[in-house]
Design a protein around this ligand. Structure first.
Ligand code: PAF
Length: 292
């Protein structure tokens, strides 16, 4: 990997300013550009998105930016892991062309309104994470649209772990007519089932040992479909998760996969998903699973 230097050969670049990025972007010419937006602290989950992007595109850009406008909890923002140098070493062998790791001042320069824009999210932020993390999805839309404008990708890769985020991105890309294809990628899990997340690195060994209880519990919901009232299934899964020492559910919902609205009846929608947020100590983990 090299720090920015113009006229690069095919070596991964780490760029930190918009001006540097623009110069590198020009050199990608008419290649199909794949984009994997991240907040860094990269792990195998990101690697799976990157591998897919590399296999489908002529050049891949990874952004590494902990976006302040999508955190509704200051402690979560302050403690969010930041490891740009390690991230670069992690992605270089995967075939990434550019890591874009801007500062907040580059992304939201004083005197501009990028961090004040209010987005139409099609009401998809009314449920699930939306009311529990006020402002989160609008902040996410601020940074993703800003990054799309800078990176100008042909394809952008998002994981289904953040299922609501993915649905919202698809919505505003359609509404704002962004010329970018959003590629849905399945959740990457550890061998014990825990959904891979940058926040997993904040778990104590005890919390890490309990955390696979989330996936074990939500898998049980698949067999409950149609066999008991939705409300009872939600209650059973909640109790199962809470039964693991150190885990505490914030919510478990069974939702219509398209509108994201919680359902009360199994027949209410063709596609259903169970979504949940669970605390392991101070660390907030989310997960989800398709039920039908
Ligand atoms: O999913 C994430 O890591 C972030 O929400 C994203 C899409 C990189 C925007 O900051």
């Amino acid at each position: 990997m090299r720090m920015f230097a113009p006229n690069f050969e095919l070596k991964m670049e780490l760029v930190k300013t918009l001006a540097e990025f623009e110069s590198v972007r020009k050199q990608l010419g008419d290649k199909t550009v794949g984009f994997v937006p991240t907040m860094g602290a990269l792990h195998e989950g990101h690697a799976s998105l990157i591998r897919r992007a590399v296999s489908e595109c002529g050049a891949v850009v990874v952004s590494d930016f902990v976006n302040p406008t999508q955190f509704n909890n200051k402690n979560d923002f302050d403690t969010y892991p930041r490891k740009v140098e390690e991230d670069c070493a992690f992605v270089e062998p995967l075939g990434v062309s550019v890591v874009f790791a801007p500062s907040a001042a580059e992304m939201y320069p004083a005197g501009t309104d990028y961090n004040k824009k209010v987005f139409d999210l099609g009401g998809l932020d009314k449920y699930g994470e939306g009311p529990r993390r006020p402002g989160h999805f609008n902040g996410m839309a601020q940074v993703v649209t800003r990054l799309f404008d800078i990176v100008r990708p042909d394809r952008a890769y998002f994981g289904e772990k953040d299922f609501q985020q993915l649905a919202i991105v698809e919505y505003f890309v359609r509404a704002l007519r962004y010329p970018v294809s959003i590629v849905r990628c399945p959740i990457a899990r550890a061998a014990d089932g825990l959904a891979l997340s940058s926040r997993n690195s904040l778990l104590t060994p005890g919390q890490r040992a309990a955390a696979p209880g989330i996936y074990r519990s939500i898998c049980r919901a698949v067999d409950m479909v149609g066999k008991m009232p939705v409300e009872d299934a939600v209650r059973e899964v909640t109790a199962m998760i809470d039964g693991y020492a150190g885990l505490r559910t914030e919510y478990v919902e069974i939702i219509n996969s398209l509108t994201l609205r919680p359902v009360t009846d199994w027949d209410e929608a063709e596609h259903l998903r169970l979504t949940c947020a669970v605390y392991a100590g101070q660390v907030r983990l989310i997960d989800n699973i398709a039920l039908k």
